[in-house]
Write a protein that binds this ligand. Structure first.
Ligand SMILES: [Zn+2]
Length: 419
């Protein structure tokens, strides 16, 4: 039987709508870093954090940070966070749900005048999706002290640099390095996020633990063949770059399927030259995105993929250039925080404790360099995300909130940590 939605959950649902209505496009949700809507949305986040009793500041990157200070002189920071930027034509839950649950956690503590043995921080990261500058985790890398100043010269599609956008949004790039939480001051990190996959729906559970975040390698593959007339170039002497890229794409699908228990491989982007109906393709650029929780296994599969590409190229007399663009190792969620969060889930009355890895990247990847991390996934309808159809039910949000409260209660007295 469905439980009645409580006031706190209703507030989250209402606020999801409010944030979702702040958009740069009047037909869909779109909040790229540093845009009018993005800056506008900071105001409501600051107001909501203040209402939850927190001391609130906005850093030079635009991260909003609310702190509920502890009276414990030894206190470290326990950070609950997610992001408030979005992709284009986004849903309302990816990012904001985690922030709003964090605000409710803080409000409950503040309203009851408790002092926690740690500072409770709620952070709304300014940029996780990287939609504008193709830089994932821009917000969290500032908090983790990993901001790379070489990114400042990156340009968006309109030619504005990251430096200009930060300055126009009220930040000062010279002070960005001061916005970090020093490594020794972290107690831990907790992010609540929609699952963006179908497992919870299949398992009929509202929430689950996240065991870790998959490692990911991104490769650029360039195929150079010989362009030719589609009517006169004989079939058996063609050097068709598109056919090579197509064969490679299907080979990557087969590779992923062969190892489907611990690998996903995707060719998601293809630029065809000259991209003309009556010309044999002479040049193709494609991407490969390949992920696994097992780093050694992943690097072996990346090597395998490269040798597949090279042999396709040789067979077809098409030159293949292989360039690894980005490689992130997998990240494990902290075993102590996992144990405490597991007890929180059990205490909340969720029927079963399930633990799954995250195939999608999250800010925890960046924060794991300086602090122990933990994550909770919330069921989303059909596993759909980055889409206006994205949806988590009020029932599931209420179940998540209960888990969050129980997690905090367990953490205060956890034997895993000495307060
Ligand atoms: Zn997200």
């Amino acid at each position: 039987m469905e439980k009645q939605i409580n006031k706190r959950t209703q507030r989250i649902v209402d606020r999801l709508e409010t944030l979702g209505s702040i958009s740069d496009d009047d037909k869909c949700v779109s909040r790229f870093f540093g845009t009018k809507a993005h800056i506008e949305s900071r105001k409501v986040l600051i107001e909501w954090m203040k209402d939850a009793g927190m001391t609130v500041s906005c850093d030079n990157m635009g991260n909003i940070r609310g702190i509920l200070a502890s009276t414990n002189p030894e206190a470290k920071h326990f950070v609950v966070a997610s992001h408030y930027d979005s992709v284009f034509d986004a849903g309302k839950y990816d990012g904001p749900l985690g922030i709003l649950l964090g605000i409710e956690m803080a409000k409950k503590v503040s309203d009851s005048n408790q002092s926690l043995p740690f500072h409770l921080d709620v952070v709304a990261f300014a940029d996780e999706e990287g939609g504008r500058f193709n830089t994932a985790y821009l917000g969290s890398c500032v908090l983790a002290g990993n901001f790379d100043h070489s990114w400042l010269s990156r340009k968006d599609d309109q030619g504005s640099t990251l430096e200009e956008v930060i300055n126009n949004a009220g930040g000062n790039i010279d002070n960005i390095s001061q916005d970090m939480i020093p490594k020794d001051d972290w107690l831990g990190y907790f992010e609540i996020h929609i699952e963006q996959g179908p497992v919870l729906e299949k398992e009929d559970l509202p929430v689950c633990l996240v065991s870790g975040i998959a490692g990911q390698t991104r490769v650029d593959v360039k195929w150079t063949g010989m362009a030719g007339h589609a009517g006169t170039c004989p079939m058996d002497i063609r050097q068709d770059a598109l056919c090579a890229a197509a064969e490679f794409t299907l080979a990557m699908e087969a590779l992923g399927k062969k190892h489907k228990e611990n690998l996903v491989a995707t060719v998601g982007k293809l630029n065809v030259g000259p991209n003309t109906s009556n010309v044999v393709s002479g040049f193709v650029y494609n991407t490969l995105d390949i992920r696994s929780m097992d780093d050694a296994f992943l690097s072996q599969r990346v090597e395998e993929a490269e040798s597949i590409a090279k042999s396709i190229g040789e067979k077809r007399a098409v030159q293949c250039d292989w360039q690894v663009m980005q490689s992130n190792a997998s990240v494990n969620c902290d075993s102590r925080l996992r144990a405490v969060l597991g007890r929180g889930i059990n205490n909340s009355g969720v029927e079963r404790l399930l633990e799954i890895p995250s195939g999608a990247g999250h800010d925890g990847v960046m924060i794991s360099r300086v602090a122990p991390i933990s994550m909770l996934f919330v069921r989303c309808k059909g596993g759909i995300s980055h889409n206006p159809l994205e949806y988590s039910s009020p029932q599931d949000i209420m179940a998540s909130l209960e888990v969050c409260d129980q997690f905090l209660t367990e953490l205060k007295t956890a034997s895993e940590f000495n307060f």
